[in-house]
Every structure is written in structure tokens, then in C-alpha cells.
Design a protein around this ligand. Structure first.
Ligand SMILES: [Zn+2]
Length: 147
């Protein structure tokens, strides 16, 4: 028969017999992770994969440091005035080298979006006031824009 499953799909009949890592977890149970290609162990149990794990730990440590720096620091950025104060502080942090430049770039991009949103919101508020005034002045007639 030629009813082969598409690539990447494990037939149900084979799913239960799939190879698992030959190591035991720290709780003594067999590790059920998928072994690395051509190896009896998964990435976390393979003695030959120590360099990969070490690199992952370093990356994880860097991410954790960044997250610690950001956590608990959620400024309200809902007015132009607050944005100005925040940007001033951001510039200082970048100059002092206390803020990662990639984070700074991303934050600056978000601040530019926020600035646009604040301005749009402000414009909508002002327009609503103008429209309300026009409606008051024109009595019961509805406001229409010139064509
Ligand atoms: Zn394993």
C-alpha cells in the first residue's frame, strides 16, 4: 500500500513506539523526551551536548537580567509630557550604558507609536468638541461638511 503519511506526521500505529531518551530524570522516572538525531539521549541528557546547554544557559541568563531590569517599571505613557520625561530618562540610560541598545531601539520604536496614538486621541477629542459646538450653533440642523 502507498498510504504514507505526509512528512512530519507520525502514524498512530507508530506513535506509541517512538524512541525516547535513554536517560532517567532526576526523579528516577525515564526521560520521555525525543533523542537527538543519531544519539540515544535528548538535548538535556546528552553528555556531548554540554556546550549547547551552556550556550542556552548564558542566553537565558542574559534574558533574565533584561527582564529584571524591566520588571516593576511600567511608567504611564499616556501624555506627550510623560513621553518627553520618559525619553529624557531613556537617552540618559543609553548614554550611561545602563540600558541595552537593542532594548532601547525597541522602546524608542514603541514610543513613536505611542506618540502617534496620543496625537490621534487628542485630535479625536478636539474634533468631538468642535462638532458638538457646531451642532449647538446650528440648532436642530445636523452638521454636514462642505462637499
Ligand atoms: Zn532525556
Amino acid at each position: 500500500m502507498t498510504d504514507q503519511p505526509p512528512p512530519g506526521v507520525t502514524p498512530a500505529s507508530e506513535a506509541g513506539t517512538k524512541a525516547t531518551c535513554a536517560a532517567n530524570r532526576t526523579d528516577g522516572q525515564a526521560c520521555r523526551s525525543q533523542p537527538r538525531p543519531g544519539r540515544p539521549f535528548c538535548l538535556w541528557h546528552d553528555p556531548e551536548a554540554e556546550d549547547i546547554r551552556a550556550a542556552a544557559r548564558v542566553k537565558g541568563g542574559q534574558t533574565a537580567t533584561r527582564l529584571r531590569a524591566i520588571r516593576g517599571y511600567q511608567p504611564r505613557l499616556d501624555s506627550t509630557q510623560r513621553l518627553v520625561i520618559y525619553v529624557s530618562r531613556l537617552v540618559y540610560q543609553v548614554m550611561a550604558g545602563t540600558l541595552d541598545q537593542n532594548i532601547a531601539r525597541t522602546v524608542i520604536y514603541a514610543l513613536m507609536l505611542q506618540k502617534g496614538l496620543i496625537e490621534t486621541g487628542d485630535l479625536e477629542r478636539r474634533l468631538a468638541i468642535v462638532e458638538a459646538r457646531l451642532a449647538e450653533n446650528s440648532g436642530r440642523r445636523s452638521v454636514s461638511w462642505p462637499a
